[in-house]
Design a protein around this ligand. Structure first.
Ligand SMILES: [Zn+2]
Length: 114
């Protein structure tokens, strides 16, 4: 399902971005001796790539919250798809709680507990 894949992408995004930067650093180090211009290009791609990566990550998180809100509006848990949700009136916290999996959701689609 697209929402679960997007949730997995968002939760692992920091580690993947860090590993990509470390790998590109190693490539730039090797290129420094073989093709110095390639190393310089990688440095500028790393710096200016942040201008693309950071908004893309924020967009992916916003999309995940929007899809979660849509499923919550349908009365379904965004995590497991069960239709046994308890609204904040009877729950101890202000969000929505899934009785099936125990996840808690805020009204903006973000999760408190997974
Ligand atoms: Zn659930």
């Amino acid at each position: 399902m697209f929402l679960n894949a997007l949730r997995s992408f968002n939760s692992n995004f920091g580690v993947v971005a860090l590993l990509a930067y470390v790998a590109l650093f190693c490539l730039a180090f090797v290129l420094m001796f073989l093709f110095p211009l390639g190393s310089l290009v990688l440095v500028f791609l790393g710096i200016f790539g942040l201008a693309v990566v950071v908004p893309a990550a924020a967009l992916a998180q916003a999309l995940e919250r929007a899809l979660s809100r849509k499923r919550l509006a349908l009365g379904q848990c965004p995590l497991c798809g069960a239709e046994v949700l308890v609204r904040g009136v009877t729950s101890a916290r202000p969000g929505t709680t899934c009785v099936s999996c125990g996840s808690e959701w805020m009204s903006d689609g973000s999760t408190l507990v997974q």
